[in-house]
Design a protein around this ligand. Sequence first.
Ligand code: ZN
Length: 420
Amino acid sequence: MTSYPKINARRLLQRIADFATIGATPAGGVNRQALSIGDRTARRRLAELAVARGFNVHQDAIANLFIRREGRDPSSPPVLIGSHLDSQPTGGRFDGALGTLSAFEVLEALEDTGVDTERSVEVVSWTNEEGSRFSPGCMGSMAFIGAGDIAGWQDTRGTDGARLGDELAATLKALPEARMRPVGHAVSAFVEVHIEQGPVLERAGIPIGLVTGVQGTRWLVVSFSGEAAHAGTTPLEFRKDPMAAAVAAIAQLQLVVMPADPMARLTVGRMSVEPSSVNVIPSRVTFTIDIRHPQEDVLSSIEAQIDAECRASATHHMVEVHIEKHFDLAPGKFDVAIVDVIDNACERLGVSNMKLVSGAFHDALFVSKVAPTAMIFVPCRDGISHNEAEFVTSEHIEIGAKVLLETALSLARGPILNAP
Ligand SMILES: [Zn+2]
């Protein structure tokens, strides 16, 4: 009789520390941007570990990396677990790597005990989740679900001037042992472990977040145009001051949008002023608004509110306003059945958890369009992420991996949730 598979926490913690040396920054983070030499090195290391354990290694044309432990029925769609290995230029060691290496630990734990699963279990490392070097982010998962344009992306230039097509080819070549497979295949479920990247779990003192969905995001660019004039000689009634209009509109939106709905987010993160001179009333003030909410209809009503407030302010200050939408990502809902499987896994392990909605988008949001998907969040210190100071406790890393193992076992044994 085989014993029940167990997470080897020491091995997992050591591995996270090892991978953090690839692209390590002096401040303790990592710079392992997509398709860079660091990214390639991390992929190489994972593939070598996989081959050493007898797992099959595959990659596709956008360099998504898959490591497969065969189930009793190889024709059945696999259970997919994993995250990404690329990072922001001054990223933390846990964003992405935690989910990918926890998933690999699950595969090793299954192998350690020789347990048979009905379905195969595959670890995935999605290509270019971060989008910091090559835009857009989540390229790998987008391509996987058929929403990407791999041919069109080839001539994309990175922030360092590198051509994506060249870097992609070099990345694929770095893993000669990986068998090529077509982009996108049927999977029975996808589960991604990730750090929360926010403060909710830590503040609540709860080690596991059951992520029920990802909030939608819209980016608006608002431009108020008035009339440049002398700061000293122009009395109030002659001013067409776009700054006065912008400030009033922003202040009003800050007063009404978030206080009225705790799920709503509104951020003005970038502003430009023309001509930007100390003694000139500006001719134009342009700023961005990032709005987020888990419900599409609420996002639309916030957008309508922004439109109304900006127009009212423009009229009041005798200036023109122009609003453009630059980005619109619909909210995503994760699969209730998969969330339940994770919930049950937590219950069997005696791990407390809470349901939450992700404030950031992830590869799982894209995969959820084609397969039953959910995410498991673990707390990160002070909610800090995309930062070299990002930190997760060993205890939370271990709990996250245990919940993932228990979840993957249920999914790999249970009924097929998504027939191919
Ligand atoms: Zn991430």
